[in-house]
Design a protein around this ligand. Structure first.
Ligand code: ADP
Length: 500
């Protein structure tokens, strides 16, 4: 009897043979060590979907038997003060000729289900907000250089460095073409693009922020006469993925200037749909909810959550409640909300209620604030970020509106589905991949094609008709609550991508 290890189409397995006869073939489990590098990670710091993904994916990779770690900047959030940390490394990097000390701290109790490391650079990373400072470029280049410097001191090498969005997309270049660190170039790198609109542009004179690098390789940094961090990541990472198949197709035509690069690099680009963390986003156990429910008993308690919202925001529990949750930016078509909501309330004679939660453009925010008194009893909004309220809204609403111009994946619609709230979405990116119109076979949502006030109003009208059809609603709600968007399958697809 002998055991031979064979490599067949990258699926490593053990083959046991007796003489020439194959007795059995056993899949050989190869545990990987994955280092995720990200600006956000829920619940430490979250601005949008990136935080949710980086807070969940490593946990599910651990469950598959791999070692997943996250390293992020040491933002000054509640998490930092409410948990214990230990110093694991201290080092010094040089940015534009200036020596900068950094410290790596590690959360002690494995609170997130994986090792969490944070990079502290005094005065630079230890700030309350994740983004939005004038020196963000300097801050995030320093973060990336510190991460690679720390990595260069490890006694072993991780199997893969997985970077997320432009804030960490220079890392593959630094590991391959900065003289001090290029011995790390054998480590595989994967770049996940959560949003290709933001690319981390730098002027060429800011190239001095990088550690000394091979200037023959300037073309890997350059895109349209400036340094493009995301572009450099796409060129240098071994594999690149977007967070849905639909978005991967779209960015070949709309990628804020990077269309040709995506077309050129398409051989190494993949679409992997995000999952949701079903341990946190579960209407049966959600810590933020007073009234829990599941697909077989949702009626009473979903209504109780709606009542909480209606009482707090002066809305009518008898009418369908349509919510919007998100950043007030052009991508989310938040600029169309004031007009679309006004039109719906006026022309459909106030047959529905709207509740909006979000922040962003001050112009949109002020319009939404001003509408509160005009449409008192029909519409309300809360400007700001409120995690707890968002959970109650997903649980208590009847419909979630997402008229997005761009939606790389979209997590809101997946949370809404799990909480029995029907999504009203524009057919784009991940929304197209995850929502089927109720007019189509096995459909359950309301879909429309154009980002216009007219299309949004018409979709709301169709939602109203659906709401009035009690039989259809009773079929659809338990159906959508059971759709599986968990991380179980997507986290394995990432492992396959690392191995490919
Ligand atoms: P994006 O990352 O483009 O903002 P996603 O749909 O991928 O959009 O993820 C948005 C995440 O951020 C969801 O978890 C959503 O509930 C949350 N979110 C967005 N705005 C707010 C807000 N104002 N308050 C609470 N949660 C918010």
């Amino acid at each position: 009897m002998k055991v031979i290890q064979i490599l067949k189409h990258q699926n490593i397995c053990l083959q046991i043979t007796a003489g020439n006869e194959k007795v059995m073939q056993i899949p050989y489990f190869h545990s990987m060590e994955i280092l995720h590098v990200s600006a956000e990670c829920y619940p430490v710091a979250k601005v949008g979907g990136l935080g949710d993904v980086v807070g969940a994916l490593p946990k599910y990779q651990q469950k598959l038997g791999h070692i997943a770690k996250v390293v992020m900047p040491m933002h000054r959030t509640h998490f930092l003060y409410e948990n214990s940390f230990e110093v694991v490394h201290k080092g010094t990097i040089r940015i534009a000729g200036k020596a900068i000390d950094y410290t790596i701290i590690k959360e002690k109790t494995n609170r997130l289900g994986f090792d969490l490391y944070m990079v502290d650079i005094w005065g630079l990373l230890d700030r309350e907000r994740v983004y939005g400072y004038d020196d963000d470029i300097y801050r995030y280049v320093s973060f990336q250089v510190a991460v690679v410097d720390w990595l260069s001191h490890w006694q072993h090498r991780p199997s893969v460095v997985h970077v997320h969005d432009h804030h960490s997309a220079l890392i593959p270049f630094i590991m391959q073409h900065c003289f001090q660190y290029n011995f790390l170039s054998e480590i595989k790198t994967v770049l996940t693009i959560h949003n290709a609109q933001y690319q981390g542009w730098m002027r060429w004179d800011q190239a001095v922020f990088l550690p000394p690098w091979d200037t023959y390789k300037w073309g890997l940094l350059d895109w349209n006469h400036s340094i493009n961090s995301l572009g450099a990541g796409i060129k240098c990472a071994n594999k690149v993925n977007t967070v849905s198949h639909g978005y991967l197709e779209e960015i070949r035509y709309h990628a804020n200037g990077l269309e040709n690069l995506f077309e050129y690099e398409r051989g190494k680009c993949f679409g992997i749909l995000n999952g949701i963390d079903t341990e946190i986003w579960d209407p049966e156990t959600d810590n933020y909810l007073e009234y829990h429910f599941n697909p077989s008993n949702y009626i009473e308690n979903k209504l109780k959550n709606k009542k909480i919202l209606c009482d707090r925001f002066n809305l009518d529990i008898e009418k369908p409640l349509i919510i919007f949750i998100g950043r007030m930016v052009g991508e989310k078509a938040a600029d169309l909300l004031p007009q679309a909501i006004s039109d719906c309330i006026r022309y459909m004679e106030g047959r529905m209620n709207f509740l909006v939660l979000g922040s962003g453009s001050s112009f949109v925010e002020s319009q939404l604030e001003e509408m509160k008194s005009r449409y008192f009893g029909f519409y309300n909004s809360l400007i700001g970020y409120n995690e707890e309220l968002s959970h109650i809204m997903y649980a208590g609403a009847d419909f979630l509106l997402m008229p997005s111009r761009v939606e790389p994946c979209g997590l809101n619609q997946m949370y809404a589905l799990r909480y029995g709230t029907i999504p009203i979405v524009r057919r784009t990116g991940g929304l197209r991949d995850t929502v089927t119109d109720y007019g189509e076979p096995n459909g359950f949502g309301v879909c429309f094609n154009d980002t216009s006030v007219g299309d949004i109003s018409h979709a709301v009208y169709r939602a109203l008709l659906l709401y009035e059809d009690k039989v259809k609603m009773k079929n659809i709600i338990p159906q959508i609550m059971q759709i599986d968007h968990s991380w179980e399958s997507s986290s394995q697809i990432y492992i396959n991508l690392y191995n490919a």
